[in-house]
Design a binder for this molecule. Structure first.
Ligand SMILES: [Zn+2]
Length: 376
């Protein structure tokens, strides 16, 4: 059974039970792909689809325990009908509002804005940056001007802005060699503070992507798909974290939301130190569920300690099943389950079993505070 088919049947089973439903059963019963050899000497890691045989708790959570503000999503739907489906999925999963990080400016931004601004209670549309003038003397005047125009149009934040080590990127617009702490972009972040627009900033990528793609790489299959080890002349992960810190320190009035735990999911203690030093920095937890679920006790302690600095995010489409995997990881205490098709890693996952207070903050309260700070 492929992932979709499995999830459908899992949903069906979930509907029949009280919510959240807990059963004692062995893990999912996915069929092994036909291409997989039955000879362990020739099975490839990319085809490895282990099934847990443990008779342990399996929790189905259809609806998040508290209402959610999703701080990291993108305009995935291609039609108005798909937007309606998304809204229905949000209702069923208890997602109150979603930030649409468009990464665009100009007409592209305006077109997306028209589609989502029909639902002001459910979506916020954030703009990108026009970095096209980066080689010219007047930079970043044009970028600042376009930012003001987008704000006027209705953009309430900026994102997602990337720097994976080669310089700033906003969708298709790039500024090679200019990192966010560069004096040449000071005026952009200062304008963001003046306009009270938070900045969703993605620096680096998970640690496994920088390692050699060999037998020692713990996250091999997903790392290979997003590999950075073969990129010459990039600022590596620790260097990017320093850049993030310098950016936050240079612009204390600007609120930065570092995407994906600032890619310090492998070293949460370091992220804690970064938080301590930078009061204007938050982190979203989007698309790093698989990287934190293998260390449930340490991750849960981190959530507890920094529950006021973390915000929920997805970054993984708009299917109900996608939301529900995040609920299972954050809320349940399930052990040793797999979500290989969703996340790409071969390793088993564990529920963090976060308490109500932490869940309430991460799901909604922190984001609500951050967004409310823009008014007045
Ligand atoms: Zn994203």
């Amino acid at each position: 059974m492929n992932r979709r088919a499995f999830l459908k049947s899992a949903n069906f089973a979930g509907l029949a039970m009280a919510l959240p439903a807990t059963t004692f059963a062995s893990e999912e019963k996915r069929a092994v792909p036909a291409s997989v050899s039955s000879n362990p000497k020739t099975i490839l890691l990319k085809d490895y689809r282990p099934r847990s045989l443990y008779k342990v708790l399996v929790t189905h959570i259809d609806k998040a325990k508290f209402p959610i503000i999703d701080m990291h999503s993108h305009p995935y739907p291609k039609t108005d009908g798909e937007i309606t489906t998304w809204l229905k999925n949000m209702d069923e999963c208890n997602v109150e509002k979603t930030m649409i990080l468009t990464m665009t400016t100009g007409k592209e931004f305006d077109d997306i804005y028209v589609k989502y601004s029909k639902y002001p209670e459910r979506f916020e549309v954030w703009c990108g940056l026009d970095l096209s003038g980066h080689g010219k003397p007047g930079f970043p005047d044009g970028a600042v001007k376009e930012l003001e125009r987008c704000r006027e149009k209705g953009a309430k934040g900026i994102g997602e802005i990337h720097d994976k080590g080669q310089g700033l990127r906003s969708g298709k617009s790039t500024a090679p060699g200019i990192h966010p702490d560069d004096a040449r972009v000071d005026a952009i972040w200062e304008k963001a503070a003046e306009l009270r627009m938070p900045v969703s900033l993605h620096v680096a990528d998970p640690i496994w992507m920088y390692q050699p793609m060999d037998k020692h790489n713990d996250g091999l299959m997903n790392a290979y798909e997003w590999r950075l080890d073969n990129q010459p002349n990039i600022v590596k992960l620790p260097g990017m974290i320093d850049i993030l810190e310098r950016t936050a320190a240079r612009h204390r009035k600007t609120t930065f939301v570092a995407c994906h735990f600032a890619n310090l999911d492998y070293d949460l203690a370091h992220l804690g130190e970064v938080f301590e030093r930078n009061p204007n920095l938050y982190a979203d937890i989007s698309a790093r569920y698989a990287e934190t679920a293998p260390i449930p006790r340490f991750a849960a302690q981190f959530y507890e300690k920094y529950s006021h600095r973390l915000v929920y995010g997805t970054d993984m489409g708009f299917e109900k099943e996608m939301y529900r995997i995040t609920f299972r990881i954050l809320e349940s205490q399930d052990e040793h389950f797999y979500e290989i098709e969703q996340f790409g890693y071969h390793w088993p996952l564990y529920g963090l079993g976060l308490g109500d207070e932490v869940l309430g903050r991460v799901y909604r309260e922190n984001a609500a505070k951050l967004l409310a700070a823009r008014v007045g």
